[in-house]
Design a protein around this ligand. Sequence first.
Ligand code: HGY
Ligand code: MN
Ligand code: MN
Length: 412
Amino acid sequence: MAFPLIDPERLMDRHAAMAAVGATGRGGVDRQALSAEDIAARALLIGWAQARGFACSADTVGNLFVRRAGRDPAAAAVLTGSHLDSQPTGGNYDGVFGVLAGLELMETLEDRGIATRRPVELVSWTNEEGARFQPATMGSAVFAGAMPLAEALRAVDRDGIALADALEAMWAALPDLVRHCPVAAIHAYVEAHIEQGPVLEQAEAVIGVVTGIQGLRALAVETFGAEGHAGTVPMAGRRDAFVAAVDLVAAIREACRDPEDVLRMTIGQFRVVPGSPNTIPAHVRFTVDLRHPDDGRLAATGDRILEACRRYRGPCRVEARELLFSHPVDFDAAIRERIARHAEARGYRHRALRSGATHDAKFMAGLCPTGMIFVPCRGGLSHSEAEEASAAHLAAGAQVLSDTVIELAGHD
Ligand code: HGY
Ligand code: MN
Ligand code: MN
């Protein structure tokens, strides 16, 4: 049987509708995990899914599942998906594309009345971005047993709201969402995503056959001093938490020096308390996001940073802890071969590449044969409201995802 063609127009209409949820007015979205905007995006997806008779459920950490039954209900499902939560100044395709491409293939099966042997399941992972609650990829980490549920539920945002409470708000806002029973087994997981880097665009390729994901290590560092009056406390006697943090940032940058420019270190969140211009800072919390393809380098660099924090001798107390260490992963060779073969069959120029960005698929790789399909984004730009991807590339990626998932699910 020839694999069915997806509907590119419906795919783009869905992207436009989703881009309106949490739109910032500057071309992007702010739809942080389990915010009102993220819940609205979930409601939109559920509405589309239920209109086609797909069953919708969510698990204990809010991962949202949409299931299309297969002929053999006992067969392990083929899972696809990504995430709907965004960065504070996020783009319209990061995560969304993988969710909507998965929905599109399910709708295409429905339109054509095609039965698959295995159930096909779509997942929208909770808190992939880690902007509101740290760490990133939290929902898939809990799902894969890489993070205890209790630890995730305890995570708090900058306003002190715990993830557990944000989840309760989600359940209250989505009353007809049922609790997800754990999936008995998963036959395979395939995720579609924009590349978030320049490789495909520079190679003029349409499809990226992703070979794996580099490692990620996330740390949180806090300094504790004593607040006081900016005008009266002598410099000599101060316990200035900001000054201590700046000293540590200098030591961290030293520890991350890499002449080959392979290591990535980002301090993206830096909070000063109380944050008043004329009060000496009493507390600073900042994050350190490390990325490297080599596990040993990632471990050594993170350990050097933690050691520098431990060794810090100044008037302020310092605490540093690891939030997440997700090791580099390689994707399943047979899944990669399928993706490449379907790209070839559709006449799409494709190439293999490793992912610089992290994805929920890294945790799925430990559970079942896993792969990812990338499409280019303009200039490789992402985590920006200027993120752009062409309709033609998105349609090509959705088509290759559809062909790959339908083949894995066994079609009649
Ligand atoms: O941080 C990442 O790599 C992902 O895009 N959230
Ligand atoms: Mn993403
Ligand atoms: Mn992202």
